[in-house]
Design a binder for this molecule. Sequence first.
Ligand code: PLP
Ligand code: 3DJ
Length: 414
Amino acid sequence: MSDATISTDASDLTDEAAALDAADELRAKRDAFTLEDETGADTVYLDGNSLGALPRAVPARLADVVAREWGQLRIRSWEESGWWTAPERIGDRVGRIVGAAPGQVVVGDSTSVNVFKAVVAAVRIAQERGAHRDQIVVDEATFPTDGYIAESAARMTGCTVRAVAAGDVPTAVGPRTAVALVNHVDYRTGRLHDLPGTTAAVHAAGALAVWDLCHSAGALPVGLDAHGVDLAVGCTYKYLNGGPGAPAYLYVAREHQPRFDSPLPGWNSHADPFGMDTAYTPADGAVRGRVGTPDILSMLALEAALEVWDDVPIEAVRAKSLALTDFFLRCVERYVPAGRVRSVTPAAHAERGSQVALRCADAGPAMAELVRRGVVGDFRRPDVLRFGFTPLYTGFAEVERAARVLADVLDEVG
Ligand SMILES: Cc1ncc(COP(=O)(O)O)c(C=O)c1O
Ligand SMILES: Nc1c(O)cccc1C(=O)C[C@H](N)C(=O)O
């Protein structure tokens, strides 16, 4: 839709957006991404909290991996091209973004599989401290996969699952808690949970904290080491822009590594994988979190995608993220008639991730129409419009335009 068809008086907010874009210290980073769509239309992409945009460095790197490393070097690439050690090497790159010193993050498998490894291994560590620890506390609004896997992990380890609101985890944990599994940012509401305070309370109860960082990594400082997190997992296809199905990661704090007893002890985590020993001897360090052969093409695409972060302070990302979501909320308030939408994302900065979720009637058809008009967010049933803001490539003028188009769409739909 052309701007000329939009009637809402917007002049001061468009001026403000232009000024914010001009002052944006991350603005140049946008050029590192492909954001044009196939028609050449300028889409406002606000779905980087589901699938991040393509970093421009990736296609050429992948072409080289396929044509040269695989095509010409073939088997030699496991060593000569650094394929074998890619999970740890790329894990360290992810670690820099989530506040983990080298040697504690390994990349591979899906988030779901890493939740399984982390929760079972954490229960085993907790039960070494006391066999009576038979409860896994899970945040009740969790992304479903975490809940399903926690249930299965509980059955395997003789535990039961107790689901509580994430904010109640600090008071719910006690002498029977083995592990608390919490999402750092809620995928539906965008609420940021208190990682330092919750982790401290879980520790005070003698239990271990496992965090799912899918919606916070690359959007805000996580500080895994600084806050004493025990284990953490996350995906790399959202704010880390690793690509569809990009490998996930597992953080095992150094202090737990000697006792990390993986429920999936594959040959890649063996101390001497090519010894082909029938007996399992775990490797030292983060390598213990590996399972089988890594998916090299996806993994090296991720490595190229992460180069974008080399000179980016995560604090600058957080500052811009909050400015973007603040500005979007103000534009929505100005343009959308009162009562038509209700933000379920907290207003307080300390409780907000990098998305805005608006509850409204007819959210499904409204999002379909928004996408048709070039504003891409997503719809979460039954009534949530989700807009994700990726500070590395989202601009303020786009945010203003998204809110204006939203107002027009809501005027026409329902
Ligand atoms: C919080 C959270 N955990 C886990 C997942 C998914 O895990 P997987 O990478 O295994 O699909 C998602 C999104 O897909 C998510 O938002
Ligand atoms: N992982 C996804 C996929 O494979 C297909 C479609 C969407 C996703 C997502 O990541 C969903 C996302 N975690 C969410 O917060 O809803």
